[in-house]
Design a protein around this ligand. Structure first.
Ligand SMILES: Nc1ncnc2c1ncn2[C@@H]1O[C@H](COP(=O)(O)OP(=O)(O)OP(=O)(O)O)[C@@H](O)[C@H]1O
Ligand SMILES: [Mg+2]
Length: 308
């Protein structure tokens, strides 16, 4: 059976020419239905670039991407937007909720653009918010909720229409440890319901929740291992380092004296929020375009009693 996601020899080169950056360098990766995969790597290793490709938010310079057997590289912008809407639920580090809408309205908004009837989208939004434990917060606006609650609204928005793939870029990057645990439990539940969950993280503890850990370094996949559930962050660090002497050369001279490769977490796994923001902007474009060109947000707010 064909994999859900099949990437072959994918390259992404930014600024081709003298100052080119080879952000993905002949990456091949297959992900099947109902896998729970963590993609882990240093800052600048190519995680977000890979996430952009997986989420059809950007196109590769070369190589093949088959999603459900369809060749994504030859799709038009409209087809890509369509596939993002139907196939993928995005979760970003910065939540990316619309501030003047309630939790319910935030979850409902993408469903309006998918042409779902008012009754059905009400049911879907309520069910999704219930799943993330926010049935009592539906009328709250993002400013009236904690970071963890806001991320749960974002997850409800991502899962409302049951996309087969959940793609999360540093979803707990802005959260405390309690909220992180909650979010990871929700992602685990989504996985046990049958979704494919792909999470991008620089944190070995987060990666330890996944069943498979793919490590990316300098645009190349340097390890791809299964996790039976017993791997600690130290095991993961060891597994990653086993395949890589690169880490040492990555460390600034000044840092080397303080760094203990056996016990310390990778010092360079610092996430740039800009990447997460960039991805989120592209994702939001899907809705902005339609809000400005076709509808406008009043459609939702005014049309509640009238449509269908
Ligand atoms: N739009 C761009 N133009 C030029 N270079 C880019 C662009 N986006 C990313 N890069 C470069 O590509 C490489 C991979 O970047 P990417 O954002 O995928 O890394 P990352 O693993 O997500 O890092 P982080 O953990 O900091 O988010 C880096 O060297 C980065 O500077
Ligand atoms: Mg990134």
């Amino acid at each position: 059976m064909a994999s859900l996601i099949e990437i072959r020899n994918m390259c992404k080169i930014y600024n081709p020419g003298e100052n080119e950056v080879r952000a993905l360098d002949h990456v091949s990766l297959s992900i099947g239905e109902n896998e729970f995969v963590a993609i882990i790597g240093h800052s600048g290793s190519g995680k977000s670039t890979l996430m952009n490709m997986l989420g059809c938010l950007d196109v590769p310079t070369s190589g093949i991407y088959l999603l459900h057997g369809s060749d994504v590289s030859i799709m038009t912008d409209d087809e890509l937007s369509d596939i993002r809407n139907k196939e993928i639920g995005f979760i970003f580090q910065g939540f990316n909720l619309i501030n003047n809408l309630t939790a319910f309205e935030n979850v409902e908004l993408p469903l309006i653009y998918r042409g779902i009837s008012k009754r059905e989208r009400g049911n879907l939004a309520r069910e999704a918010l219930r799943k993330v434990g926010l049935e009592n917060r539906m009328d709250h606006k993002p400013s009236e909720m904690s970071g963890g609650q806001q991320q749960r609204v974002a997850i409800a928005r991502a899962i409302a229409q049951a996309p087969p793939v959940i793609l999360a870029d540093e979803p707990t990057g802005n959260l405390d440890s309690h909220s992180t645990k909650e979010i990871m439990n929700i992602l685990k539940n989504l996985h046990s319901e049958g979704r494919t969950v792909i999470i991008i993280t620089h944190d070995n503890d987060i990666a330890a929740n996944a069943e498979r850990i793919v490590h990316i370094e300098d645009g190349k996949i340097t390890s791809d291992s299964s996790n039976d559930g017993n791997m600690s962050r130290e095991d993961i660090a060891r597994e990653i380092r086993g395949s890589s002497i690169i880490y040492d050369s990555d460390i600034e001279e000044n840092d080397k004296s303080d760094y203990d490769a056996k016990t310390d977490p990778d010092p360079e796994m610092i996430v740039s929020e800009n990447d997460s923001e960039r991805n989120a902007e592209k994702f939001e474009d899907d809705y902005d375009t339609e809000i400005t060109e076709e509808n406008n947000i009043d459609l939702h707010l005014n049309g509640d009693n009238k449509d269908e």
